[in-house]
Design a protein around this ligand. Sequence first.
Ligand code: SF4
Ligand code: SF4
Length: 83
Amino acid sequence: MSYQIGRKCINCDMCEMECPNHAISMGAEIYEIDPDKCTECKGFYDSPTCVSVCPIHCIKKIEDSDPDGTGSQKGKTAKKNQN
Ligand code: SF4
Ligand code: SF4
């Protein structure tokens, strides 16, 4: 499993220096997490430190329902509220 940076990333640089596995680097437009390097901080911290330091909370665990991290969950939320 790995974490993924969402498109709302403001490139503040906070997470890059915090990652113990050097899994975070600047991509074409925003920062990206290398899933092969991300260990969810196991062995270093009790919780993912990149998630903790991100000021806009745009780092999420990769879930099957949103594999590309495009934030397609908006539609689901809207449907849920239709009841
Ligand atoms: S969860 Fe930990 S290991 Fe994974 S990218 Fe974030 S800081 Fe790095
Ligand atoms: S801490 Fe959050 S907003 Fe800042 S560079 Fe990392 S992912 Fe982007």
